[in-house]
Design a protein around this ligand. Structure first.
Ligand SMILES: Cc1cc2nc3c(=O)[nH]c(=O)nc-3n(C[C@H](O)[C@H](O)[C@H](O)COP(=O)(O)OP(=O)(O)OC[C@H]3O[C@@H](n4cnc5c(N)ncnc54)[C@H](O)[C@@H]3O)c2cc1C
Length: 433
């Protein structure tokens, strides 16, 4: 019992912790609700279409140390995902989709801010009125689209911090897909005597100093000296009785309150595979006014606003993305409706007949992460209260209950796989001290 650990959740954070704990000689059992490992890492690799295409995490956003070290340790190669950013607005394609009027003024004002507030209130106060409409809309789109956050809840300080540390130059993709990292971690656990059990939905944690019991929805019971909760924030925020939700006995009211103070975004990702890359054809080229082979990301004002290709790889797959409040509103929409909205958005952007696009479509996949009971959202964003809440949640309870996940990471690569891996490693260190 003394040397044993239960890890609840086999995502990047849970498995990274399990990998380190197994190597440190702990007896580790990972309990995972789904019939697969990886959580928000989900590479499609066993299907006829979308070979090694990502339903969840896709990019390494910069030269991120823990991810790159792990890739090196696992001898997993990665490649550049750098591509041009374009914007489609008012019927026109424009390169450098990220250049926004008055952006410098905005960052100056943000830098002068002395007390945190949410970004929506900040914009209303500093940039209200018609004059800055383009700017405030652009910030709303950035915060909801990229951070998948609700701007009415997202911290202005956190956004400032994010922009100060952004490394837009280096984007990478893992060869073989992000799932290669997950397989490596899983195999390493097993090699060091750990167990990774699937289809194990933990509903209840009973704990006392130095002992913990996890009770699953099928009645299975597991015991250990320590337990690491590696579930997504969205599931921890779920109400008792909802699928995936977890109950603690005795209760941990301060921790439960802290969980509710943190922000968890919303996202839908759409994968479309066509017979050919129609977006690179002569008609698109004429519309763009130049060669668009390097176009990776395309931002628009369409219902499904953001699209990207697999550039610089050659591929007939387009990915659609909608985040933040607009994705939240679609939580209960059927996938077919979202697919139709995606195709309509593409038809509008590239001036095609939607029926022609449908005829060219050979595979489709809509992944509504917010509707997924074992995620219930996208990834964390900072609210004004988040730093305090995170500090508490990173503090173990009686050396028995521990939390980990991307949402508890203290660094600048928030909401990423790097965040999950780093925090998983930190949690393992705390547990084996
Ligand atoms: C659409 C999308 C795109 C993204 N793109 C990128 C990207 O390009 N680059 C990047 O770095 N990051 C990206 N991210 C974020 C990244 O995927 C996450 O930050 C990271 O994978 C989270 O890891 P985690 O271990 O904290 O959580 P998760 O991966 O969510 O793992 C938690 C695990 O807990 C399990 N679980 C839940 N409830 C229970 C229960 N009751 N009992 C047992 N198990 C349970 C879940 O099934 C899951 O396996 C993206 C995320 C999404 C959703």
């Amino acid at each position: 019992m003394e040397n044993s650990v239960l890890v609840i959740g086999a995502g990047a954070a849970g498995l990274m912790a399990a990998h380190a704990l197994c190597k440190a000689g702990k007896k580790v059992t990972v309990l995972e609700a789904r019939n697969r490992t990886g959580g928000r890492i989900h590479t499609l690799s066993d299907t006829s279409f979308f070979k090694q295409t990502e339903l969840g995490a896709e990019f390494i956003h910069g030269d991120l140390p823990v991810t790159l070290d792990l890739l090196k340790e696992a001898s997993l190669p990665f490649r550049s995902a750098n591509a041009e950013m374009w914007r489609f607005q008012k019927g026109e394609f424009k390169e450098n989709g990220m250049i926004i009027e008055d952006w410098e003024l905005l960052t100056d004002r943000l830098n002068e801010l002395t007390e945190d507030t949410n970004i929506y209130d900040f914009l209303q106060k500093e940039f209200g009125g018609e004059k800055y409409q383009t700017l405030t809309t652009a910030v709303w789109h950035y915060v909801s689209g990229y951070d998948t956050a609700d701007p009415r809840n997202a911290s202005a300080f956190a956004l400032r911090n994010e922009w100060q540390h952004e490394d837009v130059e280096a984007q990478h993709r893992v060869d073989g897909g992000y799932c290669s990292i997950i397989s490596y971690l899983c195999n390493s656990c097993k090699k060091h005597g750990g167990d990774v059990l699937l289809n194990s939905v933990v509903q209840q944690i009973e704990w006392a100093n130095g002992q913990a019991k996890a009770i699953c929805s099928d009645g299975a019971v597991y015991q250990a000296g320590q337990v690491l909760i590696a579930m997504p924030l969205g599931v921890l925020q779920a109400t008792n009785g909802e699928i995936g939700a977890i109950n603690f006995t005795p209760q941990i009211p301060e921790y439960t309150a802290a969980i509710q103070q943190m922000g968890f975004g919303a996202v839908i990702k759409i994968l479309l595979e066509f017979k050919s890359s129609f977006w690179l054809d002569e008609k698109s080229r004429r519309m763009a006014g130049r060669d668009i082979d390097k176009m990776g990301y395309l931002f628009s004002d369409e219902e499904i606003p953001t699209w990207w290709a697999q550039t610089p790889d050659k591929s007939n797959v387009l990915t659609g993305w909608i985040g933040g409040p607009a994705a939240q509103e679609k939580t209960n929409n059927p996938d077919n409706e979202i697919l139709e909205q995606g195709l309509r958005s593409l038809a509008n952007i590239f001036k095609r007949d939607i029926n022609d696009l449908k005829a060219m479509l050979i595979a489709r996949r809509v992944m509504n992460w917010t509707a997924d009971p074992f995620t219930r959202g996208s990834y964390a964003y900072d609210t004004v209260q988040a730093p305090q809440a995170r500090k508490l949640l990173n503090t173990p309870i009686d050396n028995t209950l521990f939390f980990t996940g991307e949402y508890l990471y203290e660094g600048t690569a928030m909401g990423t796989v790097e965040a999950a891996l780093t925090n998983g490693l930190d949690a393992a260190r705390k547990m084996s001290l």
